[in-house]
Design a protein around this ligand. Structure first.
Ligand code: SF4
Length: 127
């Protein structure tokens, strides 16, 4: 499926995810922000208490929470990245940050980096 968003100089071909090894969930360290409603939804999905979810899966950064990462294969991976499926093990309840990739404010201002990270990026001919 080709996805577009106003203002971005690229489209995103979500079919590329099948052959990609999870470049958006692995690699450079970063933050994977989770809101309070998302914490509740993910904890329910995992069938654990939200407090247990917070202490086992999240790190507090200032007043916000981010999913912890593992150091693996020479890089960093989200705790929920599953190598066996090369994808997200909580896909249906993944945070908004993951759902909105690659249409992030950061890539609006650094569109070249989106293409370096994701094989599904197709630049518009005018770019
Ligand atoms: S929650 Fe899922 S989609 Fe988001 S970074 Fe982690 S593995 Fe990737």
């Amino acid at each position: 499926m080709i996805l577009e968003q106003d203002g971005y100089p690229f489209s995103f071909n979500s079919d590329a995810c099948a052959a990609c090894k999870g470049h958006c969930c692995t690699g450079e360290p970063g933050y994977i922000w989770v809101s309070a409603p998302e914490m509740t939804a993910i904890a329910a999905h995992l069938q654990i208490d939200p407090e247990q979810f917070k202490s086992e899966y999240l790190e507090k950064v200032g007043y916000k929470y981010s999913i912890r990462e593992l150091k693996r294969n020479g890089g960093h991976e989200c705790l929920f990245f599953d190598e066996r499926i090369s994808g997200c093990s909580i896909y249906h309840v993944r945070p908004s940050q993951c759902r909105t990739f690659p249409f992030w404010d950061y890539f609006l201002h650094h569109p070249k980096e989106a293409g370096e990270e994701c094989p599904g990026i197709i630049y518009h001919s005018s770019y």
